[in-house]
Design a binder for this molecule. Structure first.
Ligand SMILES: Cc1ncc(COP(=O)(O)O)c(C=O)c1O
Ligand SMILES: N[C@@H](CCOP(=O)(O)O)C(=O)O
Length: 401
């Protein structure tokens, strides 16, 4: 049976205690499995469909999971963009192909299942959009109420539409995401709702399967895994999962974990570049990649370890660089992603230009959310449709034929 362990002081807690922070030092908790008793074989996993639940021996859920077939997302070889950058082995893992259109579904299938396993009656989160959309979807599937707190005016319309349509109670606060997270944390501690942001150690267990799948699809461990970083849960989760695979002798090397942030919201990048022991909060984070508009990443401590221990790096990209890559992915590779997701590939382009990447590396960029999440940012970048009279001459003239 697994238990919870503080990532900072190592204090341990029983698995069924509803805890988000260590009672001794206040830092975050992680799920620790007795890996020496896990006897699953690679061949057993290989025989199952590619999905979060392929790896159930390394997940905490013991009941029938609340599932909508999450995971099993495509790994695309970016031939054209890779060629332009001089990279032969550049891949994108398209997490926008999950049920609600982002990687959060991997976390929520596990997190909402744990809410049921722990007999919680309602769930809540703060969100820049995707967490709320995903929570609303999985709470609907589980048949329990969900409350979501959003930063007013800073959430993409597709994500609000999802949270509303799937029946969550949607509250917009006049404050940013970091404040919304503090508020929902207080609400959950005082009123017993189950908090499903990435400070929930169980939710992140689902997200670690991104790394497992990438390795299974590639047939080897990539040299580098690149992720956009906001609250820093995903990069931490993927790293944790890879450590578990290594401990089980399923892999014998680790990819360089590489985090990409938007220039206006880049506290992790700053900590890496300036070799700071801890991340310093940015009070007024700003980027049009609203999913990663976060100044106080709650998982930063773990993310710094992931990047430093694997010899990875962190880099920031401007909003213009993010949008240029969003267009390039769409037009040169046929891959539709939201701005925050394009940050990972934009970051690699920048690192290549800086000479910081070995061109023979096998690189997996995680592209985290679907293009249709944020249609307004798409429309603003494109020419509007050409409206014509409904006759052939008008059509030919519009096509310059
Ligand atoms: C589309 C998208 N990409 C990236 C991120 C950043 O992930 P994390 O917060 O786990 O660093 C988020 C949300 O946080 C997101 O919604
Ligand atoms: N981008 C996230 C921000 C919240 O992150 P979480 O991983 O702590 O839930 C979102 O979609 O809300």
């Amino acid at each position: 049976m697994y238990h919870l362990v503080c990532v900072h002081c190592g204090a341990t807690y029983s698995a069924d205690e509803i805890l988000y922070n260590c009672k001794k030092c206040g830092h975050l908790l992680a799920v620790k499995y007795p890996l020496d008793t896990i006897t699953v074989k690679r061949s057993t996993w290989d025989a199952r469909p590619l999905s979060v639940w392929r790896y159930k021996e390394l997940l905490p859920v013991h009941i029938e999971p609340v599932s909508l077939q999450e995971g099993g997302t495509p790994l695309y070889h970016l031939k054209r963009l890779g060629e332009e950058m001089g990279l032969k082995h550049l891949y994108a893992k398209h997490e926008g192909m999950n049920p609600s259109g982002s990687f959060k579904d991997r976390g929520m299938t596990v997190g909402v299942s744990m809410a049921i396993q722990l007999k919680k009656k309602s769930v809540a989160c703060a969100s820049t959009g995707n967490t709320s959309a995903s929570l609303a979807v999985y709470a609907a599937k589980a048949g329990i109420p969900a409350v979501v707190l959003l930063p007013a005016g800073h959430v993409a319309v597709g994500k609000i539409a999802q949270a509303l349509m799937h029946g969550a109670k949607v509250i917009s606060i006049r404050g940013n995401f970091d404040r919304a997270l503090e508020m929902v944390h207080d609400l959950c501690l005082t009123h017993g709702l189950y908090l499903l942001n990435s400070i929930n150690p169980y939710r992140l267990e689902g997200q670690k399967t991104i790394g497992f799948e990438a390795i299974d699809q590639l047939g080897c461990v990539p040299d580098r895994i690149v992720l956009p970083v906001g609250n820093a849960g995903n990069i931490s989760a993927v790293y944790k999962g890879l450590l578990e695979l290594e401990a089980l002798d399923f892999i014998n090397s680790l990819p360089k974990m590489t985090g990409i942030q938007a220039t206006g919201a880049s506290p992790v990048v700053r900590a890496i570049k300036e070799n700071l022991p801890v991340v310093q909060t940015e009070e007024n984070p700003e980027t049009l990649a609203s999913a990663i508009r976060i100044g106080a990443p709650v998982n930063a401590e773990k993310a710094l370890v992931a990047i430093r221990k694997t010899g990875g790096t962190a880099e920031s990209v401007t909003d213009d660089e993010i949008l240029a890559m969003q267009r390039d992915l769409a037009r040169k590779e046929g891959i539709g992603v939201e701005p925050a997701s394009a940050a990972s590939v934009a970051g690699i382009r920048k690192l290549v230009e800086m000479g910081a990447i070995d061109r023979d590396e096998k690189i997996v960029c995680v592209v985290t959310g679907h293009l249709l999440k944020d249609p307004e940012t798409v429309i603003k970048q494109c020419e509007p449709p050409i409206e014509i009279d409904a006759d052939l001459p008008s059509l030919l003239s519009a096509l310059h034929l």
